[in-house]
Design a protein around this ligand. Structure first.
Ligand SMILES: Nc1ncnc2c1ncn2[C@@H]1O[C@H](COP(=O)(O)OP(=O)(O)OP(=O)(O)O)[C@@H](O)[C@H]1O
Length: 581
């Protein structure tokens, strides 16, 4: 062992040289300095040594944790066409994260691509909590509510909110619902419903059990605490019923036909408000806010389509008069300036089911949350990129991709609000912590809806009457088997355009055959084959042939061919019904 410039050298490299002009052979000894890089540093350098993924790579340590472990790295590389492509960057980031695993401290790594320079930084991030209990830190009675005159008009709508920055206008109306990761750390994700919001309506996507109802519950509780009333629509009947009688929630609508009447009343309200604002010289910011939450929107819109096609004459007339799908389009585009906001929950992002003009309708839902691992098409529809939100850990309940405060997609943990139903049967299921959370969230004041139209006022009054008489209709259960199912809404899990049907899906048939649906026997059939127009595109005119095999007396099952246009909606069976079929 010897020393070279102060370093201990255990190995030497010998280089031989020959100079013919001087007839000399030189033998030079160079020290091989020991590799002092950590195993992780070496691994990172070796990851790119073949020059395939990145070229001319140098890896350096950027910072150390207090215990001396390496806490961040910088990777310099030679920029190429491939390194500029989002999909390649995403793949490489995933490979780096997989190679790095978990840091000694238990923290996870994050990968950041510098926007302008060919530098990747690897740094540590605190893992997002896997569960965030949603509760209020101060008594609800101490929260400020907007000062409104008897018409509901606010001269100064923007009240300070505890913890808010008074220099940021409208923060009272930043409705938080999740913790999300951004470059500056974990922050609250919120829906900005103030009049200066560039994302006035909210879209929530999540499959059954994905946490959509929890997210909407979190949002509704935050809205009512802020003195913003909510009317909910829940065609599945079991998601938002907990809000019946909740302060600030004057109505929850369950029947699709009543939901159509509600959309009509809301549309009339929007026009009445606009007229009032014009005559009284009021601005959007003066108007009292009202939020409509439409859960399971595709089921609702498919039910409307079915009613329009094969309902009773009376039902058809209601759908025609209310034209809910057309009026929703108008509401989405115009309601914001009349103080009305929409939150819509759907099972999957779909390009077609918002109607013909889907693109622009979807564009108005700029506050977005996706509670599931998205397909690449779904990711593109939600975030404009095929790779965003695709690696959500499905095992963590409430894990989502949401719009962060700057509007970009970010990984998030949705705050958990247990059921807020104050029925003793619901409360008996809650733990002490959950009871504390829901009690803290309950507003101490009931916020009214200021109705500028006779239609909305009448609608709410009728709904409240219906709810009080609902108990009269309740009867003791009778056992009914799948083959005698009579009610549609209770047994469907989702509705999708025929163009999106795939082999193996269980669909409900028999709805169109019998105009009087009460007493109709529904059947559940499994899709065996789907044939689309030759180029595979789904258009309203496009024909979709679907083959289902049905029982027959012969040896082989008969194949029934159903024909749909690409935008016809088809109901999917709920799991229990499909299993029974
Ligand atoms: N943010 C969350 N944090 C913790 N647990 C959650 C969260 N969201 C949902 N869960 C858990 O997942 C369960 C299902 O959630 P939720 O009822 O919201 O699903 P959903 O999407 O509404 O399903 P469906 O479409 O069938 O109504 C909840 O009862 C709860 O236990």
């Amino acid at each position: 062992m010897s020393r070279f410039l102060g370093a201990t050298v255990t190995d030497w490299k010998y280089v031989t040289g020959f100079r013919a002009d001087k007839s000399t052979i030189t033998i030079t000894r160079r020290p091989v300095l020991p590799d002092t890089r950590s195993a992780r540093h070496r691994m990172l350098a070796e990851l790119f040594s073949d020059g395939k993924a990145l070229q001319d790579v140098t890896v350096s340590v950027d910072s150390y944790a207090y215990d001396g472990t390496e806490a961040s790295y910088r990777i310099h590389y030679k920029p190429t066409l491939a390194t500029g492509m989002e999909a390649n960057r995403h793949k490489l980031s995933e490979a780096l994260l997989a190679a790095l695993g978990t840091h000694e401290s238990g923290q996870l790594w994050r990968v950041d691509w510098a926007p302008e320079k060919p530098i990747i930084t690897l740094s540590l991030r605190k893992p997002l909590a896997t569960m965030v209990m949603h509760s209020l830190k101060i008594p609800a009675a101490d929260l400020p509510v907007p000062q409104l005159d008897e018409r509901g008009i606010a001269r100064r709508q923007q009240m300070p909110w505890p913890g808010s920055d008074p220099s940021v206008p409208g923060q009272r109306l930043h409705v938080p619902y999740a913790s999300c990761e951004t470059d500056t750390g974990v922050v609250d994700a919120y829906w900005n419903i103030s009049d200066d919001s560039s994302a006035p309506h909210m879209l929530v996507v999540g499959p059954t059990g994905g946490g959509k109802t929890v997210l909407l519950t979190t949002v509704i509780t935050e809205l009512t605490l802020r003195g913003v009333p909510v009317i909910g629509v829940d065609p599945k009947r079991i998601e938002l019923h907990q809000f019946l009688g909740y302060p600030g929630v004057p109505a929850i609508v369950f029947e699709p036909l009543r939901a159509a009447e509600f959309i009509y009343a809301l549309w009339r309200e929007m026009h009445a408000r606009t007229k009032y604002m014009q005559t009284q010289r009021l601005k959007a910011r003066n108007m009292p806010l009202l939020v409509a939450v439409l859960d399971e929107f595709f089921i609702l819109s498919a039910a409307w389509t079915q009613l329009a096609k094969s309902g009773t004459d009376e039902e058809k007339e209601v759908i025609k008069r209310c034209n809910p799908l057309g009026r929703i389009g108008e509401l989405v585009a115009l309601a914001r300036s009349a103080g009305i906001r929409l939150a819509v929950g759907v099972q999957r992002p779909d390009a077609h089911l918002f109607g013909r003009d889907s693109g622009s309708v979807r564009d108005n839902f700029q506050t977005r949350a996706a509670l599931a691992r998205l397909s690449s098409d779904g990711a593109y529809m939600m975030w404009g990129e095929t790779t965003v939100g695709r690696d959500i850990d499905a095992k963590i309940r409430g894990r989502a991709t949401v719009s962060d405060p700057s509007g970009d997609p970010a990984l998030a943990q949705v705050w958990f609000t247990p059921t807020i139903d104050d029925h003793p049967a619901a409360r008996s299921d809650l733990s002490a912590e959950e009871l504390h959370a829901v009690d803290s969230l309950r507003p101490s004041r009931d916020t009214p809806v200021y109705c500028f139209s006779a239609e909305l006022a009448q609608f709410i009054a009728d709904e409240q009457h219906l709810i009080t008489t609902m108990a009269d209709d309740v009867r003791e259960p009778v056992a009914v088997s799948a083959s005698s199912v009579t009610s549609l809404i209770d047994h469907i899990s989702d509705a999708i355009p025929a163009g999106a049907l795939e082999e193996g899906m269980n669909i409900i048939l028999g709805l169109d055959d019998e105009p009087d649906r009460t007493g109709t026997v529904l059947t559940v059939e499994t899709v065996r084959k789907v044939a689309r127009d030759s180029d595979g595109t789904v258009t309203e005119e496009g024909l979709v042939r679907v083959g289902v095999s049905v029982e027959s007396t012969g040896r082989r099952p008969e194949v029934l061919i159903l024909e749909y246009s690409g935008l016809d909606t088809v109901f999917l069976a709920a799991v229990d019904l499909a299993a029974a079929a």
